[in-house]
Design a protein around this ligand. Structure first.
Ligand SMILES: C[S@@+](CC[C@H](N)C(=O)[O-])C[C@H]1O[C@@H](n2cnc3c(N)ncnc32)[C@H](O)[C@@H]1O
Length: 378
C-alpha cells in the first residue's frame, strides 16, 4: 500500500504521546501538523558503526524514505560541515547538524514551558524542523531562530517557506543571542552549551527562562530550564532526561593530539572507573574536570585534559584498580572527590542536581546551592 505521510505523521505523534503521557496535547498537535519530509530534503547520514554513510532519497523507494522520515530518530544531515547531499561515500567525523528526533523537539519545548503569546529565540535552526514546531504552537511572529552555518540557514529558510512558516531567521553565533530581535521571554537551545552565554541573560525579559542542555567535552549532558530572578540570577533544576544535543560550535573542544599512556604517579583507587560509563557518573566527572575528554576502554578509562595535557588512566589490579596520573592536574583525584560527594548524597540522578547562574559565575550543585558544587567554565 502506498505510504501516506499524513498517516505516518499521525502515527508518530500518537507513539510520542503514548510514550510520554505528560506531553501537552499542543506539542502532539504540532508534530501532527509539521511535514517532516519537507525538512529532510534529499539526503541524510546513517551511522555505520565506524562513521557515516549518506542515504540519498533517489537511492531508495519513496515508501522507505517516508518511513525513515517518520521514525522517531535524529537524522544527521551534516558531518564535519559536509552535507549528506554532497557526499558520495562513507565518511568519518562528528555530526555538525541534524534534524532532531520529534519526541525530543516536543520534550524540549515542554520543558521550556512555552505558552502561546511568548516570544522565543531558538538557537540552532538546523533543518528548521523544530522551528516549524515552535511556529505551529506560538505563531511564526513569536519565533526567532538563529543558525551558525549560512548554508544550513539558507536551506532551513527554504524548508520553512515550503511548510508555510514565516519565523524571523538569523545567521550567526547564537551564543551571542540575537540582539537585533531581542528581548525574549524564552531562549531555547537545540545545541548544548558548556556554560550559559552572558548575552542570553541580557536578552531575556524579566522573569524569562532559558532551556538548554549543559554538556561538555566528555559529552555528558543534562537538560535544564533556568528562570531569571529580579536580581538577574538564573536558577533551575535538571530534568530526569538522558538526552543531549550536539555542542554549540564555539564550545566544541579543540582537536586533541595523539594519546600516549604515561606512567606518571601511580596509586590504587577503590572507586570503580565504570562509574564514568554511567550517565550521571559521567556528568559528575565532567563537572569535576571540565576541560578533560574521556575515553572508555574495556578495562577502564582514559582522561586527557585538553587545556593542560594532563592525563589519567586506570587499569584493573588484584584489589580494585590502579590509576596513573601525569601532568599539572590530577584529573582522577578531582573526579574521585566529586564522585564521592555524589555517592555521599545517595547517588541521585540528574533531578538531584541544580544550577545557579549569572553571566559571571555559574555553579552546578547537588541537593541545594549549599550542597557540593562545581563551577562551570565561564
Ligand atoms: C541538533 S542541530 C539542530 C536541530 C534543529 N533544531 C532541527 O530540528 O533540525 C544543532 C544546530 O545548531 C547549530 N549551531 C551550533 N552552534 C551554533 C551557534 N553557536 N549558533 C547557532 N547555531 C549553532 C548547528 O549548526 C546545528 O545546525
Amino acid at each position: 500500500m502506498p505510504t501516506d505521510p499524513t498517516t505516518l505523521r499521525l502515527a508518530l505523534a500518537e507513539e510520542i504521546a503514548a510514550a510520554d503521557p505528560t506531553l501537552d496535547a499542543g506539542w502532539r498537535d504540532a508534530i501532527v501538523a509539521v511535514p517532516r519530509e519537507l525538512f529532510l530534503d534529499s539526503a541524510i547520514f546513517r551511522p555505520t558503526g565506524s562513521g557515516w554513510e549518506p542515504v540519498l532519497r533517489t537511492q531508495i523507494t519513496e515508501d522507505d524514505w517516508l518511513h525513515m522520515v517518520y521514525t522517531d530518530r535524529t537524522w544527521v544531515t551534516q558531518v564535519e560541515e559536509k552535507d549528506a547531499a554532497d557526499t558520495t561515500g562513507p565518511i568519518s567525523g562528528s555530526p555538525t547538524s541534524s534534524a532532531t528526533l520529534p519526541s525530543l523537539v516536543a520534550r524540549t519545548a515542554q520543558v521550556a514551558q512555552l505558552r502561546p503569546g511568548q516570544k522565543v529565540l531558538e538557537v540552532g535552526t538546523g533543518t528548521g524542523y523544530s522551528t516549524a514546531v515552535l511556529c505551529h504552537r506560538l505563531g511564526a511572529d513569536h519565533v526567532v531562530s538563529i543558525e551558525y552555518d549560512p548554508d544550513l540557514a539558507a536551506s532551513a529558510a527554504t524548508h520553512l517557506s515550503k511548510a508555510g512558516c514565516t519565523p524571523t531567521l538569523a545567521i550567526g553565533d547564537g551564543l551571542q543571542g540575537c540582539k537585533e530581535h531581542a528581548d525574549y521571554d524564552v531562549i531555547i537551545s537545540t545545541c548544548s552549551v558548556r556554560t550559559i552565554p552572558p548575552s542570553w541573560f541580557w536578552q531575556l525579559n524579566d522573569g524569562g527562562s532559558i532551556t538548554t542542555t549543559i554538556s561538555g567535552w566528555m559529552h555528558a549532558a543534562g537538560l535544564i530550564r533556568l528562570t531569571l530572578d529580579d536580581e538577574g540570577t538564573a536558577h533551575g533544576r535538571f530534568t530526569h532526561d538522558t538526552i543531549t544535543y550536539m555542542l554549540a560550535r564555539p564550545h566544541e573542544r579543540p582537536p586533541a593530539p595523539r594519546f600516549f599512556r604515561l606512567d606518571g604517579d601511580t596509586r590504587p583507587t577503590r572507586l570503580n572507573p565504570a562509574l564514568l560509563k554511567e550517565w550521571t557518573g559521567q556528568f559528575v566527572a565532567q563537572l569535576a574536570a571540565p576541560s578533560a575528554e574521556l575515553m572508555t576502554t574495556s578495562t577502564g578509562v582514559i582522561l586527557r585534559d585538553v587545556a593542560t595535557g594532563s592525563q589519567a588512566w586506570t587499569e584493573p589490579d588484584n584489589q580494585g584498580w590502579t590509576v596513573h596520573q601525569h601532568g599539572p592536574l590530577r584529573l582522577w583525584d578531582q573526579i574521585e572527590t566529586a564522585l564521592q560527594h555524589w555517592q555521599n548524597a545517595g547517588s541521585p540522578d540528574l533531578t538531584g542536581f541544580g544550577m545557579t547562574a549569572t553571566p559571571f559565575e555559574q555553579t552546578v550543585w547537588i541537593g541545594s546551592p549549599a550542597g557540593p558544587s562545581w563551577q562551570l567554565p565561564v
